[in-house]
Write a protein that binds this ligand. Sequence first.
Ligand code: 4AD
Length: 469
Amino acid sequence: EISGRKWTEVKELNGGLKDQDVLIRGRCQAIRAVGKKMAFVVVRERGFTVQCILTVTPDVVSAHMVKFATSLSRESIVDIEGVISVPATTITGATQQVEVQVRKLYCVNKAIPTLPINIEDAARSEEEIEKALKAGEQLVRVNQDTRLNFRVLDIRTPANQGIFRIQCQVENMFRQFLLSEGFVGIHTPKLIAGSSEGGSAVFKLDYKGQPACLAQSPQLHKQMAICGDFGRVFEIGPVFRAEDSFTHRHLCEFTGLDVEMEIKEHYSEVMDIVDRLFVTMFDSLNDTCQKELEAINAQYRFKPLKYLRKTLRLTFEEGIQMLKEAGVEIDPLGDLNTESERKLGQLVLEKYDTEFYILHRYPLAVRPFYTMPCYENPLYSNSFDVFIRGEEIISGAQRVHVPEYLTERAQACGIDVKTIATYIDSFRYGAPPHGGFGVGLERVVMLFCALNNIRKSSLFPRDPQRIAP
Ligand code: 4AD
């Protein structure tokens, strides 16, 4: 039977509710008995905690009920009815500075008594761990593999609750901004006949007797949507990479935020979208996700991202020059490695006071076959990468829209054009100049929050060694 009672979220509990009755649901994070007549239960809901107190009181709370509360296992789900009180001293260890004087407590579902991860330990910052260990506290440092093995427990920590709410807001802002700019959301197939980015890093599979693979990007089909006259499109979807990169920033499956648009005059129109999209997104994260950012910061200390109102654009040549002046030996027509990207990030921060910038006009030789060469100097290309804190989050470019030249470029890059025949044919029916970019969602979240590993910003990460949970 539905009672129609009003539920309050733990995060909403505050002094303004003093003496009022509330009904909450949460998990038992910590349970402590004080003799036989009193018990404290810290209840957590979505990363917010409140201290609930059971005191034996005739006709309201029995000794049996106190005993029942102290017998609950951690992480069990409870419903509590009680009255809000405001304690004289600050409550340490709970996010809400009020208490609930319990009248009724129901166990909705219990957790097993021994958990593989203690959420309070998993939520501690490095400093807190060091301090606790020095003080001789018995503490188990929860390592990354354990966290990922028992991810449903790990993602209950306040920092993780924050990370995935930030991720949702990044995606939301991406969609909102692009819709407001006249883009259409599309979905392209993830089962495709051949590689979409060149190279062999694809997951191969059998498609009813035909060789196929999981899409490495929506690249070819998002361009075909432009050939189909949508003008401006975006896609949010899974991207699969089979490369054996066991690094802090590579996953085998990630979420791609992709954009493709007609270009009227110059590929800077695509960079303009990147600029306004990300400044709007960062502003919104700072404005609307303060609580989440605080929760992440409490565990993984980081400084807010420095970005300019108008995003800095440097050419690849300018970047190489800055690196050279700093004494870094570098091939002017080669790609940047992780180390030189980081170094350039530092130099840019020192000189321009920003941790978010665009590097454009990359050497053609290091870009995929579909990239448009620079008209004035075909050694370079109309392409760009975008960096947060010295690490790549986006790559983009103007594309070749002339089918004969596209065929030539694909052949020059060693691609079997038969495998992309329908893609090339799409350009034979009239195709406008166009360009776009691809963003890695997990990378944006990782770098905005300065997390040290992309597995922290992927709910159930897939890497060369992990396909479960
Ligand atoms: O640089 P990538 O491979 O570019 C493309 O896929 C192009 N089709 C994009 C375009 O429109 N020109 O991937 C784009 C972004 C990278 O900047 C990075 O943020 C992310 O996707 N990314 C990965 N994220 C996690 N794990 C991986 N293995 C990634 N590979 C790329």
